[in-house]
Design a protein around this ligand. Structure first.
Ligand SMILES: Nc1ncnc2c1ncn2[C@@H]1O[C@H](COP(=O)(O)OP(=O)(O)OP(=O)(O)O)[C@@H](O)[C@H]1O
Ligand SMILES: O=P(O)(O)OC[C@H]1O[C@](O)(CO)[C@@H](O)[C@@H]1O
Ligand SMILES: [Mg+2]
Length: 322
């Protein structure tokens, strides 16, 4: 078993509610084993700039319920350059970091995988991205909170939609994945969900909404994932064709903020705790995943060689119920 004396943590990519709970769990688990912990600021930028803070059992008190990330985060495009990654690996060695926990989405985990493969940095990843686009884990940290935020907003839009007999086109996040759109649409009983994974037939869709309107329906919620189309372009297809006056709402970055739900706090705590234990078992170059209710490790190589596919049964379910 490798001896680990100092663990470094970063939060990287888009922030996700629950990242703080993961930072707390890693720190406290490490502290319980007399391992020092440092948190680098702003993802990979903090490693490159040696900009970090020492984290202790007590310094991470009271952060679990906070949205965002106390370590802050960043997108650092230059990390795609191997010479820059070499600098990061050198800095980590100089600082005596013998275990690096990377908390972030699939982009951040790609950076972690390369640090491990190219420079033997002992990394472990924790999946955290509201997009839920990371393969081999049932859930990523932040997804549940994001969905609850989106559903809360849509439920309010449904109220005003009914009062005014209007249609709302609600654009949600998801650059490459329709997960947020599909699951929030399912949760509010949306009339349609437009996602990058499934081509949309606007003639069929507008006709269906028009028929429902004629039968007496008084509201219509259409959820669109940003990666599929913009709400404005969807609205252009709807103009004068669905029997409703239409309004557009882009939920935007409120989906990334807020105090994490109990689910995200628990998931982040479990994953943070497991990350330290897996590092101590020498399971470097892996990601902590939630599989059938258990935290397990999956090699980053395997995680990142695939694209997460939306469950076709869920798509069928939404189509059936809408
Ligand atoms: N191919 C890559 N090689 C090396 N580093 C990468 C690569 N892709 C991303 N990264 C690093 O990870 C950072 C975050 O990636 P990205 O912006 O894709 O977000 P993410 O981690 O996928 O999170 P989210 O999608 O939730 O916003 C990048 O800014 C970069 O520093
Ligand atoms: O505005 P930013 O921080 O670049 O992030 C936007 C992107 O990040 C994500 O929210 C994931 O965190 C994507 O769904 C979205 O496209
Ligand atoms: Mg991503």
């Amino acid at each position: 078993m490798p001896e680990i004396k100092k663990i470094g943590i970063i939060t990287s990519g888009g922030d996700a509610p629950g990242m703080n709970a993961a930072v707390r769990a890693v720190t406290r688990t490490a502290a319980s084993k007399n391992i020092d912990v440092i948190g680098f600021y702003k993802g990979y930028a903090g490693i490159l700039d040696k900009d970090y803070i020492e984290l202790t059992y007590s310094s991470v008190g009271g952060i679990m319920e906070k949205g965002g990330t106390i370590l802050r985060t960043a997108r650092v495009p230059e990390f795609k350059n191997p010479e820059i990654r070499a600098e990061a690996a050198k800095n980590l060695r100089e600082l005596g970091v013998d275990g690096l926990v990377v908390i972030g989405g699939e982009g951040s985990l790609t950076g972690a995988k390369l640090l491990y493969e190219e420079f033997n940095v002992p990394v472990i990843g924790i999946p955290a991205s509201i997009d839920n686009d990371i393969p081999h884990t049932d859930m990523a940290i932040g997804v549940d909170t994001c969905l609850n935020t989106a559903v809360d907003a849509m439920q309010k839009l449904k109220d005003t939609a009914s009062s005014h007999e209007r249609a709302f086109i609600v654009e949600v996040m998801g650059r490459g994945s329709g997960y947020i759109a599909l699951m929030s649409g399912l949760s509010v009983g949306a009339e349609a969900v437009i996602i990058p994974e499934v081509p949309v037939d606007y003639n069929e869709l507008t006709d269906r909404i028009w028929q429902e309107r004629k039968r007496g329906k008084i509201n219509c919620i259409v959820v669109v994932a940003e990666g599929a189309a913009s709400a404005y372009s969807v609205a252009r297809h709807f103009e004068n064709k669905i029997g409703y006056e239409t309004r557009i709402t882009i939920l935007g970055h409120i989906q990334r903020g807020g105090s994490p739900t109990a689910f995200d706090r628990i998931l982040a705590s479990r994953m943070g705790y497991s990350a330290v234990n897996f590092l101590l078992e020498g399971k470097f170059g892996t990601m902590v995943a939630l599989e059938k209710g258990q935290t397990v490790t999956v090699p980053l190589e395997k995680v990142l060689s695939e694209k997460k596919v939306l469950d076709p049964q869920l798509i069928e379910l939404v189509n059936t119920l809408s």
